[in-house]
Design a binder for this molecule. Structure first.
Ligand code: PHE
Length: 358
């Protein structure tokens, strides 16, 4: 339009020319808009025609140079075209948007009826399962469940259990002593929990204490420097070996094998008198003899006996009034017997192929 300034021409021509120009502009704009393949292209078209320096804006700016009679005509036409172009842009924007959603719906299609992805589920370790069952069995017989620290002191692990510093029984229970800890050690037996429980309470006592223990030992098919015990302690009036035998046999029958047979042999532990070991018939060979029971048909599972009077004295319980029994099940061995596991190391290797079977 600028070059038209100053050209002397008849007014009808001016307006006719401009109307024609506007018509072409509209066609060009509408074609560009309808052909726009993306939002960017559409925005560019909007700027080209309606922007501050856009083509239509330029025409509108030229209006002021027209004679009043023409101004109205051309102005009206320009405004109509502007509205038309604006509407076309709005429509096209919607069209592009809905195309985008259609595309998304196609590419991000989900089937809500498809079965979900299964989250892998863990199971309790066979030892943990066994401990929990054992706790239930003993709770039904009136026992409470007690725990004690794995880092123990000499008093609870040895001294109070009638194992003074020079006692040879310490040799078979060598363990790790912690540096700068006032002689703290990794406990070698859950019997330490007997002491902890009794020294703060008044009899009668009836507890079991499951837990981890540590000893200097090999790591092979039947040994581990870390293993698990379940301690039992009953202190009451008139407790005898008959009570002990009944409780222990009942627990093992419920936990491992209702048909199991038992045998008691005399043994020695400084904190019981008399001391015994209980064997059960080998569940793997049914008592016939196999490598697991070393061809004897019997497997030792627990040390036990009547609580030594010195132990009761050490925790201020009067041995003339109270008596009791104690036992220490070897949990790992019992789990092996129950599931017929032939190598102890399988319990500690965390191989999922093994653990998933329980
Ligand atoms: N604490 C003994 C051990 O570790 C087992 C035991 C417990 C024996 C209680 C008798 C009484 O071998």
């Amino acid at each position: 339009m600028k070059q038209k300034k100053g050209i002397i021409c008849p007014l009808f021509y001016v307006s006719g020319f401009m109307l024609n120009d506007l018509e072409n502009l509209k066609k060009a704009a509408l074609t560009k808009i309808s052909e726009a393949s993306s939002e960017e292209v559409l925005r560019a078209a909007e700027i080209e025609f309606l922007g501050r320096k856009g083509k239509l804006t330029e025409i509108l700016r030229g209006l002021k140079d027209l004679p009043a009679a023409e101004k109205g005509k051309v102005g009206k036409a320009s405004n109509e075209i502007k509205t038309e172009i604006e509407q076309a842009i709005i429509d096209k924007t919607k069209e592009l948007e809905s195309a985008k959603f259609d595309e998304l719906a196609e590419s991000e299609w989900i089937d809500p009826t498809q079965p979900g992805q299964e989250a892998p589920r863990g199971t309790l370790h066979p030892l943990t399962q066994f401990v929990r069952e054992a706790e239930k069995v003993f709770e039904r017989m009136g026992f409470a469940v007690a725990t004690g620290p794995q880092i123990e002191d000499d008093f609870h692990n040895f001294e109070a259990l009638n194992i003074p510093a020079d006692h040879p029984a310490r040799d078979s229970q060598d363990t790790l002593f912690l540096e700068n800890s006032d002689g703290k050690l990794l406990r070698t037996q859950t019997s330490s929990v007997q002491i902890r429980w009794m020294k703060d309470r008044e009899p009668p006592f009836r507890i079991v204490a499951p837990g981890r223990v540590f000893r200097k030992d090999d790591f092979d098919a039947s040994h581990s420097p870390m293993f698990h015990q379940l301690e039992g302690l009953v202190v009451d009036e008139d407790i005898s070996l008959a009570n002990m035998k009944a409780v222990m046999e009942e627990a093992v029958r419920q936990l491992i094998n209702p048909e199991a047979k038992f045998r008691f042999r005399t043994s020695y532990f400084p904190f019981v008198e008399p001391g015994l070991e209980m064997d059960m018939s080998c569940t793997i060979c049914g008592g016939k003899g196999c490598p697991v029971c070393k061809k004897t048909g019997w497997i030792e599972i627990v040390g036990c006996g009547l609580v030594h009077p010195n132990v009761l004295k050490n925790v201020d319980v009067d041995p003339d009034k109270w008596s009791g029994f104690a036992f220490g099940f070897g949990l790992d061995r019992m789990v092996m017997l129950r599931h017929e596991i032939k190598d102890l190391r399988l319990l500690f290797e965390n191989d999922l192929r093994f653990l998933r079977q329980f």
